[in-house]
Design a protein around this ligand. Structure first.
Ligand code: AMP
Length: 408
């Protein structure tokens, strides 16, 4: 076999994939607890959705999109992010009012691959559409924080900023441009270009940012309405018990953000890949896509990067029970396993005709926490139940198996 997964993509097989499954289940649980419904959109969109929605001047649109022409001559792009498609879907459905949506799935960006920077990567995220309230920003930020904490992230910092809106940002950009113009000699080539097109992005440049620590920040130039909004976000986060740090130079790489911008940072990862997720308010996005004004706030978290910070967290017991079958009882054992599965127990068995010893080895390899031996006792309606975590073994009635499993 000479085929390999394309550069910058990954196969995720067991046992590593068990931790992924647990993470995805945790995500669905937390998104549902906060009242977010599931949204599914296509993996590709008309290229214009991203060109307009993410912004022509952004790195994502200029350099990172997987764009192709389909058989009908349409220009399509594999989604590099999830927000523009969700807002497109909301507008297309003619939806109104508040809609809270959660998504999860692969995104695609043509990047120089390294650890935590992949060409296909997996994001989960939410979009809170239809609200301008600061409480919506705070709730969104809280959900990301609670999920990441529950997922096991310990060195987590929530970085918070406000980047103003269409009212106050132009004046700030003038001040910033003038400052950057005075510091041209420390700017890299990319930043010199951005100075004209997208000056706020210069603050995001890993090379230049450390040399620009005294640059004017957007918070110093907020209009009264944006300042009040930001105050409220901070106050509510405090009430919700979400710790955060103000990051006056935090900007987001995508054009559609207004007011609140935030990142979840893994303080134990290298700076280039330490943002596990980020988000913000994007009240102007729906109009950029040609729709009516729809305010919104959301975030996206990168699970590949989250996995890096969590390290090798093996899911110790993906199976509750492994059935070891002695003698000619395989069909009966399969029927019994089926009953257990329908009771909500994660159970499996060997369908090959292998030795008891080989089946015990399989039970261990598969990470079962318990084994049932379907042996001679079976004819009397009993099985040997062994707890693999303690080594304790007992003979129990078949009718007790579910309770025995749950008791452990
Ligand atoms: P963004 O959509 O750029 O705001 O990214 C949000 C999060 O997605 C980041 O904080 C990363 O965790 C993740 N992410 C973005 N791009 C990549 C990539 N190329 N590879 C892996 N994760 C990524």
């Amino acid at each position: 076999m000479t085929f390999r997964a394309p550069k910058g993509t990954d196969d995720i097989l067991p046992p590593a994939s068990r931790a992924w499954r647990r993470l995805l289940l945790t995500w669905e649980d937390w998104a549902a607890r906060y009242g977010y419904d599931l949204v599914l959109t296509p993996l590709f969109e008309a290229t214009e959705v991203f060109a307009r929605g993410v912004g022509e001047g952004t790195e994502v649109v200029q350099k990172q999109m997987y764009t192709f022409t389909d058989g009908g001559g349409r220009s399509l792009t594999l989604r590099p992010e999830g927000t523009a498609p969700v807002v497109r879907a909301f507008l297309e459905a003619g939806a109104n009012g508040i809609m809270k949506l959660a998504y999860s799935g692969p995104m695609f960006r043509y990047e120089r691959p390294q650890a935590g920077r992949r060409r296909q990567f997996y994001q989960v995220g939410v979009e809170y559409l239809g609200s301008r309230e600061a409480a919506a920003d705070a709730e969104v930020i809280e959900l990301g924080y609670r999920f990441l904490t529950e997922a096991g992230m310990s060195d987590l910092s929530v970085q918070l900023n406000s980047i103003g809106d269409r009212e106050c940002r132009p004046a700030y950009l003038d001040v910033l441009r003038a400052y950057l113009d005075r510091h041209r000699e420390v700017l890299c080539e990319d930043s010199l270009l951005r100075l004209e097109t997208n000056p706020m992005r210069v603050l995001d440049c890993k090379v230049c940012a450390p040399k620009l620590s005294d640059a004017p920040s957007p918070v110093e130039h907020l209009c009264a309405a944006c300042a009040a909004h930001f105050d409220e976000v901070r106050a509510i986060l405090g009430e919700l018990g979400v710790p955060f740090e103000e990051a006056p130079h935090l900007v987001r790489g995508l054009d559609y953000y207004e007011r609140t911008a935030f990142e979840y940072v893994a303080t134990d990862l290298e700076a280039a890949q330490n943002a596990v997720g980020g988000g913000g308010r994007y009240d102007g996005l729906a109009e950029l896509l040609g729709g009516k004004p729809v305010p919104g706030v959301g975030f996206a978290l990168g699970l590949d990067r989250l996995m890096l910070t969590l390290g090798d967290v093996e899911e110790p017991h993906p199976l509750d029970l492994y059935l070891v079958v002695a003698g000619e009882r395989r069909r009966e054992a399969l029927r019994f396993t089926s009953e257990l599965r329908r009771l909500g127990i994660r159970a499996d068995l060997d369908l090959e005709d292998r030795s008891v010893k080989a089946q015990f080895r399989a039970a261990n390899r598969r990470g079962a926490s318990g084994v049932l031996v379907v042996g001679d006792e079976w004819t009397e309606g009993r099985v040997v139940a062994k707890d693999l975590t303690t080594g304790r073994q007992e003979v129990i009635d078949v009718g007790e198996v579910a309770a025995w499993t749950r008791r452990r």
